[in-house]
Design a binder for this molecule. Structure first.
Ligand code: HEC
Ligand code: HEC
Ligand code: HEC
Ligand code: HEC
Ligand code: HEC
Length: 365
């Protein structure tokens, strides 16, 4: 009883005093575990203060458009800016990125094109069938927490100012959902000990990335072709999905009988050396220059990505009789190296490619 009373006081005092922002740190007083999980997620790090790749692209966008995109990019990365109508990063609510109260304060969702379509009410906490008896703060039920709708306003489709589709995780997922019934939370908020994980694991923590693609190798002795088949077996959308910066690259390496490197399908950059081994979306401008940053794009110049359950095969002919071993590996990059260099991003986290899956095979002679 005493515990509940102090809880209520803590909550009610600031709430009744002002219809204001409640920091995630305050939710942590009673939901510590969920807070700790969320704090490691990219939602907590989505802002220009914490994510160097977002910040780099954001500053570039502002500079190139004479400030036009300054208020637009932060709509989903610091969504509280839409509630308080202020974009300054001095504001604590903007510093917290996709914070607790933004999701759990959403009373209505009007559409899926922007976080602006999420209507936030600062004095109630919404979730899926909350237990109102135990809670020291006002709670209310919203069905959309139990399906992908709570994610889609930021993740569905984004078009640039020239009306070109930049990313479309939501529409990719819709096709998958019709076949499987699975929602974003099934994979990105799995239930652990009865509670939904708030780590929102994606590609920044690599556990989901590893083994999301199945790889098969086969060798045809007559044609001397190695056939590699890749299947997106783990994601509910394309691989890669989201921002068009992402790259997935297949590498095939051949060795002689004592392990010397004899051949590889590309050495430095598959964009120039072997496009059939490349999975990404490359945006271009009206003159056909590519890649260009998303805000400058008027067209998609190149697109190959792995759709759920739709295998993709590539064959390479082994011309040398001296090949005894081949090894295929699939790699993920957050962004092409020339972009990281341009933005002066040096953190190993962003620079190092990540291994997704790897397989070797002996070549019979
Ligand atoms: C409609 C909501 C929305 C808007 C508006 C938006 N973004 Fe994003 N952004 C996202 C989402 C969702 C992701 C995560 C997708 C992913 O991981 O690929 C993301 C990811 C990114 C990333 C990758 C960050 C990383 O650490 O890997 C960059 C860079 C980025 N956005 C830049 C921008 C820029 C620049 C603008 C303005 C031109 C912008 N975004 C506007 C929703 C948005
Ligand atoms: C991106 C949106 C989003 C953010 C950000 C978010 N949550 Fe959640 N939260 C959900 C969803 C979806 C569920 C699962 C469905 C439900 O229970 O409503 C959930 C469930 C919960 C629950 C129910 C208990 C359980 O089973 O896990 C609590 C409590 C909760 N969140 C607290 C928080 C706190 C505290 C924060 C910030 C540290 C936070 N949430 C951030 C979307 C979000
Ligand atoms: C003073 C303590 C306290 C604070 C501060 C607090 N909560 Fe709660 N909250 C509770 C308790 C107790 C419950 C009842 C259910 C439980 O035990 O998880 C609850 C229930 C919830 C639920 C419904 C979970 C369910 O399934 O019943 C959500 C969602 C939630 N809180 C989110 C938040 C968010 C977001 C914040 C910060 C904006 C916050 N809470 C701040 C104590 C608190
Ligand atoms: C208010 C906008 C918003 C909402 C709502 C939202 N997200 Fe996000 N999400 C983002 C942004 C912005 C990023 C990119 C952060 C970055 O990389 O800088 C992101 C990134 C992610 C990532 C990638 C993390 C990584 O490590 O690569 C996953 C997974 C994700 N969100 C899942 C979800 C799920 C599941 C929901 C619904 C329960 C959801 N998001 C709701 C804005 C949102
Ligand atoms: C069947 C499981 C599954 C479902 C359902 C699913 N995802 Fe994913 N998601 C994954 C896997 C696996 C990855 C890592 C591979 C990749 O990048 O696609 C991933 C990656 C992501 C990323 C990070 C992409 C990047 O490169 O930065 C985002 C953002 C994301 N998912 C959002 C969503 C959203 C939003 C939904 C619902 C509309 C959703 N996912 C549904 C499994 C799933």
């Amino acid at each position: 009883m005493v515990k509940i009373l102090t809880f209520s006081l803590l909550w009610i005092l600031p709430l009744s005093a002002q219809n204001d922002f409640i920091s995630a740190k305050k939710c942590a007083r009673c939901h510590q575990e969920i807070y700790d999980e969320w704090a490691t997620s990219m939602h907590a790090q989505a802002t220009s203060l914490k994510d160097p790749l977002f910040n780099g692209m954001y500053q570039w966008a502002i500079q190139e458009t004479g400030g036009e995109l300054e208020s637009k990019c932060i709509v989903c990365h610091s969504p509280m800016s839409t509630v308080f109508q202020k974009i300054s990063m001095e504001e604590v609510y903007n510093q917290e990125g996709v914070t607790c109260q933004f999701c759990h304060g959403t009373a209505h969702i009007r559409g899926f094109q922007s976080a602006k379509n999420m209507e936030v009410n600062l004095d109630t906490i919404y979730s899926y069938h909350p237990e109102s008896d135990n809670s020291p703060h006002p709670v209310a039920n919203r069905e959309f927490f139990n399906n992908s709708e709570i994610c889609l306003p930021c993740h569905a489709v984004m078009k640039n100012p020239k009306d070109v589709e930049v990313c479309a995780t939501g529409s990719e997922w819709q096709i998958f959902n019709q076949k499987t019934g699975k929602i974003c939370q099934d994979c990105h908020m799995p239930k652990l000990n009865g509670s939904f994980s708030h780590r929102f694991t994606g590609t920044h923590q690599s556990s989901l990335l590893t083994n999301s693609v199945e790889m098969d190798l086969a060798f045809d002795e007559n044609t001397r072709e190695v056939k590699i088949t890749l299947t997106n077996a783990g994601a509910g959308h394309a691989i890669p999905t989201g921002t068009p910066l992402r790259m997935v690259m297949l590498k095939l390496v051949a060795y002689d009988s004592v392990g010397n490197l004899l051949w590889q399908n590309w050495e430095i950059n598959p964009i120039q050396e072997d496009k059939q081994a490349l999975f990404m979306k490359i945006m271009g401008d009206a003159e056909g220059n590519a890649p260009v940053p998303p805000w400058r794009a008027t067209q998609t110049m190149f697109e190959r990505r792995l759709m759920p359950g739709d295998p993709y095969s590539i064959s390479y002919q082994l011309t040398s009789e001296a090949i005894y071993d081949v090894e295929a590996s699939l790699w993920y990059r957050f962004a092409p190296t020339f972009i990281l260099a341009k933005l002066k991003i040096e953190e190993p986290h962003f620079i190092r490619p990540r291994l997704m899956v790897q397989k070797g095979m002996k070549i019979v002679h």
